[in-house]
Design a protein around this ligand. Structure first.
Ligand code: N01
Length: 537
């Protein structure tokens, strides 16, 4: 039956963000409710259940830190947890804190309208529910709206089409002819697993990515007992670090190091696993020459790992700095490329002309397909927010407002949309950090803001246009002081007039946290607070 409720806060999404937001607001005495599209909690880890799905941040750090008791009772089994284990963890969190009674599943928030007379949001769902909430909190995730590629003829395919983020476990891939699109973090994980069971697998690659061995391994049974005395300190290090995890970046410059020492250091970093390589020297993401040394090292690794020189050539990234596109974590991708049942098509050299009922056809050949896999990514950072018809002051639609690129003050709040918060929104470290650390920081900042407003009798808060503009300019400047913008990547949003806007904040998790705290301590500098008798309309 459709619900009608009055709330302090309506939270969209029951992933890492929404679950902790609900728990924190309850602890602080607010009435909050979560609406989640999936039939279970977990967000990204609910949807991305493709074979090989695994995190590349160490599990002991890619987990909540807000409750030391939770840390004591959850024993991760691997250095980098696989999707089923992370999903079990989030389900455990939902049960442990009795969250399910305030979560509505299988329901999509379709619209939210700001009512300036009452200083409240009117929220609607696809099930006909209506919520009247003082705050609207978007825990919708930066990578949650799958991107469907524009491949000619795809609609005429008569086999099965699977997107990695909408995986169907019931499809049997054994012995099948499979055409696979996409070689980002997801594709590189998927290909390694699918190759083992497919009859024939053809991988269609558009841009080769740098991929570093994951270095995953089981965690010894007693790791937690050894970790517990230091766990709080490790969490604190992560919170104040640039990337949101405890592994430090090594000092020094790659270009200034002695060639032998450099080779040795890069080799060690390579062996350490995914997070290591980019942290081998502190200037890899700011100095082109230093970066070129590390990129060249990674290219030589590909040449050594892939037996067929033609495949190795196609798999070798060129033309953009190492790390300026998301580094991929690989376990058996290059092994897969060495298998006889795996072919690689570079779609820039051999474009896809069409998909027929049972094949993918290029200018050179027809590749039979029973199944097409799309690991083609997401409408990153903004897709899930723009999917909701959010109307702020004067009926302004966020979809239109963000047409010229997303804007948000601190990646947390948007001018024209009072009492709305985005968790890990554009303009915050989000996808360029251990996102769980960034989520906890946002959740705690938002709930502190709501408590402060309650104590001060404030009913509305809104980002100031000038403060928002200054923040976005600062975020742009910081991004452009690095090598990130030198690549075409999903970190960059494209505006209606074709400009690229770098979306995440590159300034570092620790520095960003300090800035957010200073702003709160200064009475929410850059925000406009409204009190009970006033209107924000
Ligand atoms: O998505 P992507 P993803 N024909 O956008 C290609 C996180 N994550 O799901 O690069 C052929 O990176 C596209 O080509 P191009 C992580 O943050 C983490 O892989 O646009 N190819 C690209 O190769 C990650 O970055 C983990 O030229 C087409 C691919 O599809 C983010 O999620 C694991 C095409 C999309 O790659 C997103 O990763 C998984 C076409 N028509 C994900 N259209 C870990 O922690 C698109 N492509 C390990």
């Amino acid at each position: 039956m459709a619900e009608q409720r009055e709330l302090d806060a309506l939270i969209v999404g029951a992933g890492f963000s929404g679950l902790y937001m609900l728990h924190k607001l309850r602890q602080d005495g607010f009435v909050a409710h979560v609406v989640e599209k999936g039939s279970g909690v977990g967000g990204t880890w609910f949807w991305n259940r493709y074979p090989g799905a695994r995190c590349d941040v160490p599990s002991i750090e890619y987990s909540y830190s807000f409750d030391p008791e939770l840390e004591k009772e959850w024993r991760w089994t691997e250095r980098y947890a696989a999707q089923p284990e992370i999903l079990r963890y989030l389900e455990h969190v939902a049960r442990r804190y009795d969250l399910m009674r305030d979560i509505t599943l299988e329901t999509c928030v379709t619209a939210a309208r700001w009512d300036g007379k009452s200083n409240r949001w009117k929220v609607e769902t696809d099930k006909g529910d209506t919520f009247d909430a003082q705050f609207l909190i978007l825990g919708t995730g930066a990578l949650s709206v799958p991107r469907m590629p524009d491949i000619p003829g795809l609609a005429s395919f008569e086999g099965t089409v699977l997107h990695s983020a909408q995986w169907d476990d019931s499809v049997d891939l054994a012995g099948k002819a499979i055409c696979h699109f996409g070689t980002g973090s997801t594709g590189i994980q998927l290909v390694g697993e699918v190759a083992k069971v497919a009859g024939q697998l053809t991988v269609f690659q558009r841009t080769p990515n740098f991929a570093v061995p994951a270095g995953n391994h089981p965690l010894p049974r007693d790791y937690l007992d050894k970790l517990l005395p230091h766990y709080r300190q490790l969490r604190e290090t992560a919170r104040t670090s640039p990337l949101g995890w405890s592994h430090p970046t090594s000092p020094g410059s790659a270009k200034e190091d002695d060639p032998e020492a450099r080779e040795q250091r890069l080799e060690q970093a390579w062996q350490a696993g995914t997070t290591g390589l980019l942290q081998a020297y502190e200037d890899l993401l700011v100095d082109e020459q230093s970066n070129a040394y590390a990129a060249d090292f990674a290219r030589r690794k590909i040449a050594a790992l892939v037996k067929d020189p033609e495949k190795a050539r196609k798999l070798t990234p060129q033309g953009y700095p190492l790390g300026s596109r998301r580094m991929c974590s690989e376990t058996n991708f290059f092994d897969a490329m060495n298998r006889d049942n795996v072919a690689l098509v570079d779609v820039r050299e051999e474009p896809v002309e069409t998909v027929t009922a049972d094949a993918v056809v290029t200018a050179k050949a027809s590749y039979p397909a029973d199944v097409i896999i799309l690991a083609t990514g997401f409408d990153a950072c903004v897709g899930a927010i723009r999917a909701i018809d959010i109307r702020g002051r004067d009926d302004r639609a966020i979809r239109d407002e963000w047409d010229m690129g997303p804007r948000a003050y601190l990646g947390l709040a948007v001018e024209g949309f009072p009492n709305m918060f985005t968790i890990t929104g554009p303009g915050s470290p989000s996808v360029l950090s251990n996102v769980v650390v960034s989520i906890e920081q946002h959740v705690e900042w938002i709930s502190r803001c709501m408590v402060d407003m309650r104590e001060q009798g404030a009913s509305g808060i809104e980002a100031d246009a000038a403060a928002e503009r200054a923040w976005m300019e600062h975020a742009h400047e910081v991004a452009h002081s690095t090598l990130f913008p030198k690549a075409d990547s999903w970190y960059q949003g494209v505006t209606r007039d074709g400009r690229q806007v770098f979306m995440p904040y590159v300034g570092g998790v620790g520095a960003y946290r300090r800035k957010c705290d200073e702003i709160a301590a200064a009475g929410y500098q850059g925000f406009r607070l409204e009190h009970e008798q006033e209107e924000v309309a």
